[in-house]
Design a protein around this ligand. Structure first.
Ligand code: HAM
Length: 428
């Protein structure tokens, strides 16, 4: 077909995948609420500067992946590639800043990155995330990880592994960076161009280089945790102790650096075995104590995570589609269709999901459509039913019928829908 297709890297969310995404998100919001997190929403577009300064000028996200455009007033706007910088901005620009600290929030919504589309990687995707603002105690780092972990448990997802690292802070990171550069200096000429570029712009990123992944070089490279100052070291120990108290297993991963520049100290990702390669992160997060200042606001420590909802949904169980009708109301021409219209309305108001077929085509065609729509009961209103003020109820699975008075038929329908008899017939 030669119609206009959807943009590359975007998806139309059809009923079942959408139901799954919503169920996954609802579980996340519930677990977050149980931890005292309140949901907020920030705009889908923001000033470009928010991400350039927050996420970092040299990151892939900012240099290559942002959807940036001028609006009609000449302002540079960007479709948000992530939610943390917007949440910090929203904190300072709202009454949240007057609340006692820490402030705990959750958020969800579409994010946009001009990424190379592939399995689990889209240009428009959805994140669910939480942020704790105004708390530097390392136990909240573990709280945030614990919340995400309990969420996956509630969804029945296993096969995950928690990868943990500390990236140091303003005190100790420069020493580490220098050690890293010194280590790679003699190898510089032999390195792929991409990695030389990484070392020039953002040396830590060389640690998660795909090009060097199978090279023993990275195993010998200096490790952040050997360069941590005493505060960062103590904080990292406390995060690990709190995770142990929660009974959450983790692996310290010396190569875990994150794609966004605002992190300090704790960094983590949760990987899943079914998501291959670099796209295996279900979620990622960490501490970002310097972010608020990067955005021009007073210092405000923070920690959080965000998960890709499509990725979590992909490995979770299928969800029942809400809104799939259970009952069809069919007028049988030449009988007048008004009674069918009224009955469908009555049943919907009684809370049932009802498909109405009140058109002029014959009953056979209507029954066949009802069957293909997956309804379990068809209620037929023909001339004899209208005369006797009854309705014929047909069980689709067994093709058995009964006739009942129209008055009070809701009760019998409910009984039938929940009866084992119907379920058995349906299963056979
Ligand atoms: P991030 O690691 O860039 O972190 O993204 C978090 C998650 O979003 C990833 O683990 C992945 O599941 C999903 N994701 C990212 N890009 C794509 C894509 N192109 N297609 C599908 N899913 C994707 C952040 O965004 C930080 N704001 C997380 C955070 C919160 N750190 C502290 N607080």
């Amino acid at each position: 077909m030669a119609g206009i297709s959807r943009p590359r890297g975007t998806e139309d969310l059809l009923p079942e995948p959408l139901a799954r995404l919503k169920r996954v998100l609802a579980a996340g919001l519930q677990v977050a609420a149980a931890h005292g997190y309140r949901q907020i929403e920030t705009p889908i577009f923001e000033s470009t500067d928010l991400f350039v300064r927050g996420v970092g000028e040299a990151t892939d996200v900012v240099t290559r992946e942002m959807y940036t455009f001028p609006d009609r007033g000449g302002r540079s706007l960007t479709l948000r590639p992530e939610g943390t910088a917007p949440v910090v901005r929203a904190f300072w620009e709202s009454p949240l800043r007057q609340e006692p600290l820490p402030v705990r929030v959750s958020y969800a919504g579409p994010m946009f990155r001009y990424d190379r589309p592939g399995k689990g990687r889209y240009r428009q995707f959805h994140q669910f995330g939480v942020e704790v603002l105004g708390e530097s105690e390392p136990e909240v780092d573990a709280e945030v990880i614990g919340l995400a972990w309990r969420w996956l448990e509630r969804l029945g997802i296993s096969g995950t592994s928690l990868q943990l690292n500390s990236l140091g802070d303003r005190e100790c990171r420069p020493t580490y960076r220098a050690a890293l550069l010194e280590f790679f200096e003699p190898q510089m000429a032999a390195l792929p161009e991409l990695d030389r570029e990484r070392l020039r712009r953002n040396p830590l990123r060389v640690l998660d280089s795909k090009e060097l992944a199978d090279d023993g070089l990275l195993d010998r490279a200096p490790r952040t945790i050997d360069y941590l100052c005493s505060e960062c070291r103590a904080a990292f120990d406390r995060v690990q102790e709190a995770l142990s108290a929660l009974g959450i297993p983790f692996a310290v991963n010396h190569r875990l650096v994150r794609g966004l520049d605002y992190y300090a100290r704790t960094a983590f990702e949760v990987w899943h075995q079914e998501l291959a390669g670099a796209q295996n992160a279900l979620f990622g997060g960490g501490r970002y104590d310097g972010l608020s200042e990067l955005l021009g606001y007073p210092p405000l420590p923070g920690v959080g995570f965000a998960a890709g909802l499509e990725r979590v949904a992909m490995i979770s169980a299928p969800a029942p589609e809400p809104g799939r009708p259970e009952v069809a109301v069919l007028s049988a021409p030449p009988a007048d269709s008004k009674a069918a219209v009224a009955l469908a309305d009555r049943l919907r108001r009684a809370g049932l999901s009802v498909l109405l077929d009140a058109g002029a085509r014959g009953l056979r065609g209507k029954l066949s459509f009802a069957e293909r729509s997956g309804v379990r009961l068809a209620l037929i209103l023909g001339e004899s039913e209208l005369r006797a003020r009854t309705v014929t109820i047909r069980r689709m699975a067994g093709r058995t019928q009964e006739s009942l008075p129209l008055e009070g038929v809701e009760g019998r329908i409910r009984e039938l829908l929940s009866s084992a008899e119907l379920a058995e017939e349906g299963a056979s």
